[in-house]
Design a protein around this ligand. Structure first.
Ligand code: GDD
Ligand code: MN
Length: 375
């Protein structure tokens, strides 16, 4: 550790260091906050702890309540984020904001068994890198979960084990602790997508980690509701894909291309339909192109660019800019195709080259113009 220039600090009045930080991601959990703090206080009595709530724009008064509590107790802290969503990134930011040597995460809805926190602390103090609360080892359970949820969770767990190669029973757990040392090493490379922060941590470490598991029974929620919906599941699959192939090809490009392939089917169907209705080829082709571009725009807007979806007037502007982008893309497509055809006389190679250039163009320009990141 660096030597402190002590003349800058009045260490005489400073309080002792925080030993353990409990990060709590919260989204509309007002009715659980006070009970959770009470429980942490009880279970960690004698430990210098702090609790770091990370709120993503709750609308039920959660951050207001936490602020009030924090104003009267310095162990209670709050990070407020706006226009952001995501369990993983919330947890990462919460951990980064603390200087405690032991960093834990627990859900804000009382579903995790806080009695494990002292066990986690001991595990890390004895040199463990990560301590995990597990629902799947002997003594643990998912409690009163619907059969379908148990099944989804098991499949996701299997996928995760395949990905990380880690022989742990609950890589999907949202309840764990990590040493600050290990977290600092991994933090720059965490993807922060989705809600599987532990999985992200486990698959990011280059060296084998010292992991300890503690079984617990997942409790039923009393107040508020779960935020785990289909978007969250999609995000999870995206994170797995990102880990596997994201280094080589952007996942967005793969999604964009898949949408493009569907667009081709739309194009061909409409073209053949209109020709059957005895429209002239030019008119039929024009209608097909416009339908396909429109179809692609809306699918890309709600699927590929779900995280920066356009709505209202900007959506209309986006549609127009997408027409322009695709129009130029088609010119590039035909131009390159012609050039390859002239030099090789292979029609399929020329067609493929044109299509490849066209889609890379559409993707790149779509990123720059239609779905550009606003500041
Ligand atoms: N800041 C923030 N931002 N908090 C969030 C967000 C978000 O986008 N989404 C959810 N939370 C908070 C909730 O308020 C709650 O405190 C905690 O994160 C867990 O969310 P739940 O919606 O209650 O998740 P769950 O109970 O369905 O899922 C549990 O099981 C999963 C494994 O199947 C959680 O423990 C997950 O962490 C766990 O991976
Ligand atoms: Mn929950």
């Amino acid at each position: 550790m660096q030597q402190l220039p002590h003349h800058q600090f009045d260490l005489g009045v400073a309080l002792g260091p925080i030993e353990m930080c409990v990060v709590v991601p919260v989204l509309n959990e007002r009715d659980n906050i006070i009970e959770l703090i009470h429980r942490i206080e009880t279970t960690l009595s004698g430990v210098a702890w702090e609790v770091m709530f990370v709120d993503d724009g709750s609308t039920d008064g959660t951050p207001e309540l936490i602020s009030t509590l924090a104003a009267g107790d310095r162990r209670v802290r709050l990070i407020r984020r706006f226009n952001r969503r995501g369990l993983s990134s919330a947890v990462i930011e919460g951990m980064l904001a603390s200087t405690a040597p032991i960093l834990a995460v627990i859900d804000g809805d009382l579903q995790h068994d806080e009695a494990l926190l002292p066990e986690f602390r001991r595990a890390i103090m004895e040199g463990g890198d990560v301590a995990i609360g597990t629902r799947y080892a002997e003594g643990g359970s998912t409690g009163q979960w619907a059969q379908s949820r148990v099944y989804v969770s098991k499949v996701a767990t299997r996928l995760a084990t395949m990905l990380t190669g880690a022989a742990i029973s609950d890589p999907m757990s949202g309840f764990f602790a990590i040493s600050r040392e290990k977290f600092t090493e991994l933090a720059p490379n965490l993807s922060g997508i989705g809600y599987k922060i532990l999985l992200d941590i486990l698959s990011s470490s280059r060296s084998p980690m010292n992991i300890v598991e503690y079984p617990y029974v997942f409790r039923t929620r009393k107040h508020g509701e779960s935020k785990l919906d289909s978007t969250v599941v999609l995000n999870y699959i995206e994170m797995l894909a990102e880990k596997r192939v994201g280094r080589f090809i952007p996942i967005k490009f793969i999604k964009f291309s898949a949408v493009g392939a569907l667009g081709l089917i739309v194009h061909m169907s409409i073209l053949s339909l209109l020709l059957k209705l005895s429209a002239g080829f030019g008119v039929a082709q024009l209608c097909a192109v416009i339908s396909a571009m429109t179809f692609n725009f809306f699918l890309n807007n709600s699927f590929t660019y779900r995280d920066q979806r356009l709505k209202g007037l900007p959506m209309l502007a986006g549609l127009l800019s997408f027409y322009a982008v695709c129009g130029l893309g088609a010119i590039a497509n035909v131009g390159v195709g012609q050039w390859v055809f002239d030099s090789s006389y292979e029609w399929w190679l020329a067609g493929l080259a044109g299509a490849a250039i066209g889609s890379v163009w559409n993707y790149t320009m779509g990123n720059l113009l239609t779905w550009r990141k606003r500041r």
